[in-house]
Design a protein. Structure first.
Length: 300
């Protein structure tokens, strides 16, 4: 791409490719750092993949950062036929991956959808999560009690239409990269290149996304706001939340009430977009994260 990459952002360093055999699922991952370094499990956002952490990981050489391709994303396998992809379905698999790594306790990092999943995991198994870092999200999306029937109706409608839907096909990788800059908030071409390289596959007529189409279906059931706050309140680990200034959370009426439920929360806002950890702000995110983990080693 013309102009080159911003000099303030580290170039992606070589990463070790990992694979976890979970029986019905094969989970792919990227790993950086020494195997005996401080463990950090990283969860990417919706329709992203482990390359979401390609800019951040090289800036954290003192950590063993393992970034998973969540089920149905990146190089990981799709769930078996007849299954859906509710966010809580990922939790047992995350623990299985940690077990295969030999990690009884670990630091946890999540971006966007991955941040919501990370909060659920930290709340459900507090004895395993040393610290929790959340980027551009902190809880799963919620539904008010009265809206639950409509939520289920929307999900059933999506399910019925799924067999007739086709994935987009791009004539070239460059065309796919350009399209990726407009998915889930605008991102730079450089960031889109990283995500696309791991998320694209060659098909008849060109290129298309590897992601499981079922990831786009509406959720059949969502947590209520009260349930979401209960999960936040159950997080025992110290929590770092990094948000983009002027992002969607600045416009959420329930934002402050949800954040108040966390017991040990540090909040930082940085200029940038939804993928600020993959953009120019990666060094700032890395500095916050490194300092946070250093202050919360979890050894006592």
């Amino acid at each position: 791409m013309s102009g080159g990459r911003p000099p303030a952002v580290a170039a992606p360093s070589p990463a070790e490719e990992l694979e976890f055999d979970l029986g019905t699922l094969r989970i792919a991952a990227k790993s950086w750092g020494e195997h005996d370094a401080t463990p950090l499990l990283a969860l990417h956002g919706w329709l992203d993949n482990a390359a979401s952490f390609d800019r951040l990981a090289p800036l954290l050489p003192h950590l063993r950062l393992v970034a998973l391709d969540m089920p149905g994303h990146g190089l990981s396998s799709h769930r078996p036929a007849g299954c859906r992809s509710h966010i809580w379905d990922d939790l047992p698999e995350l623990l299985q991956c940690a077990d295969q790594l030999g990690w009884q306790r670990f630091h946890l990092l999540g971006h966007s959808r991955g941040a919501g999943i990370a909060t659920l995991l930290a709340a459900a198994v507090p004895e395993r999560v040393i610290s929790l870092t959340l980027i551009e999200n902190f809880l799963p999306g919620t539904t008010e009690d009265a809206a639950a029937p409509a939520q289920l109706t929307a999900a059933l409608h999506d399910e019925a239409l799924l067999p007739g839907k086709k994935k987009p096909i791009y004539r070239s990788v460059a065309e796919a990269v350009e399209a990726r800059t407009r998915i889930i908030g605008e991102i730079s071409l450089e960031a889109a290149e990283l995500l696309t390289a791991r998320g694209l596959m060659q098909v008849e007529g060109g290129y298309s996304w590897r992601a499981d189409p079922r990831l786009r279906l509406a959720s059949m059931v969502k947590l209520t706001p009260a349930q979401a706050r209960a999960f936040a309140a159950a997080v025992a680990a110290p929590t770092l939340l990094i948000l983009a200034q002027g992002g969607r959370f600045d416009r959420m009426a329930e934002f402050d009430q949800q954040l108040d439920a966390f017991r040990r929360l540090e909040l930082h806002r940085l200029a940038g977009n939804h993928h600020l950890h993959l953009e120019r702000q990666a060094p700032e995110v890395a500095a916050l994260l490194a300092d946070f983990i250093q202050r919360h080693p979890g050894d006592g």
